[in-house]
Design a binder for this molecule. Structure first.
Ligand code: 5GP
Ligand code: MN
Length: 328
């Protein structure tokens, strides 16, 4: 499929994260190197801390450039869907992509992939989609064409999807891949700074506000929860992505198994839910059962069309239902 294509569109999930943007740009870099015309199209805004990546400024945002994005999708002969397991993750872009006559290739690490692509490469055991892109390129002899910029993209996705290699990161191959990326000349210390030491003052103070004012801890349940409303987010001049990763922090409290984060979406009238867990606590099952979502065992999410008060009630019901697993 990668040989037999001319106009390629790479797409990834709504509210793209480091793995989504990293895998998309790495794939685009590789295909451009092979002389293909490639566009990366994302459903909506993606966070500023990913914009240092080479090519990020050429990413097309579907919700802002619908006509142009639709044209590229309709004219493509290959669409590569990265870091998504179902069209719904493409949000408003889903219909155009599904309807397109282009051949489709999915590369992803989420559970239960839907079969909407001609070829589905799905490995839920992988740390990240970036890892899978690396493995694919390696398998087809494409590492020679992987540029330093492409290696930076792959590193960024592997790093962010594993919390700097602190979870989902026990596969020894990961470190062989890292070693290959470093051989491409990437400065991983600099990339870590660009991604993590990149807070605005407002964002940093929002973190303090969450930890001191908003975090509720339920010690007997080994669980915690925090919520943020639109007005709270506004007070700290919230930009999308500003609370990325914060949901992991309560897991640093001794004995914690589950962290829940509920926030009012700034785009649509709904509550976005993020869950993080450790060991075998199934955050994805809880997300599916209570929050209309899904995800990975230890990192899952969903959304609710209700008020924050109602959402918090649902969260408490979820805690109650999972009490036996939490207290053990
Ligand atoms: P986050 O908490 O970073 O928004 O999402 C963590 C993970 O949960 C994502 O990588 C994705 O697998 C899953 N996830 C988040 N929101 C949703 C959702 O609305 N539906 C589904 N199916 N999965 C979601
Ligand atoms: Mn991912």
């Amino acid at each position: 499929m990668l040989n037999d294509c001319h106009n390629v569109v790479v797409v990834t999930h709504v509210s793209a994260d480091g793995d989504a943007i990293g895998s998309s740009l790495a794939m685009a870099e590789y295909l451009k190197k092979r002389g293909k015309a490639v566009r990366v199209i994302v459903p909506n805004y993606f966070p500023d801390f990913l914009r240092w990546m080479s090519g990020a400024d050429r990413i097309i945002q579907f919700d802002r450039n619908r006509a142009q994005a639709k044209m590229y999708i309709e004219c493509a002969d290959l669409i590569i869907c990265l870091d998504i397991n179902e069209p719904a993750r493409l949000d408003d872009m889903a219909t155009v992509v599904v309807k397109s006559t282009a051949r489709k290739l999915m590369i992803d690490h989420h559970l239960q992939p839907q079969r909407f692509c001609n070829l589905t490469i799905s490995h839920p055991e992988a740390s990240s989609t970036c890892e899978l892109v690396f493995r694919l390129l390696y398998g087809i002899g494409g590492i020679v064409q992987l540029t330093k910029a492409g290696a930076e993209d792959i590193y960024a996705g592997m790093c962010t999807d594993t919390g700097k290699f602190t979870y989902n990161a026990n596969d020894p191959d990961i470190y062989i891949i890292l070693s290959e990326l470093l051989r491409k000349g990437i400065d991983k210390d600099r990339i870590n700074r660009l991604i993590y030491n990149n807070y605005t003052e407002a964002r940093f103070r929002l973190l303090g506000y969450i930890l001191s004012e908003k975090l509720q801890v339920f010690p007997e349940l080994h669980a915690s929860m925090f919520t943020l409303t639109r007005s709270e987010l506004g007070k700290f001049r919230y930009l999308k992505g500003d609370t990325e990763g914060v949901v992991n922090m309560p897991l640093e409290i001794r004995g914690m198994k589950l962290s829940m984060y509920l926030r009012e979406d700034t785009e649509k009238p709904r509550i976005l839910v993020s869950l993080r867990s450790v060991d075998d606590f199934p955050a994805n099952r809880m997300a599916a059962e209570f929050f209309g979502g899904g995800g990975h065992l230890n990192a899952a999410g969903g959304n609710l069309s209700c008020s924050m008060t109602e959402a918090v009630e649902i969260a408490h019901k979820a805690l109650e239902a999972y009490q036996p697993l939490l207290i053990k």
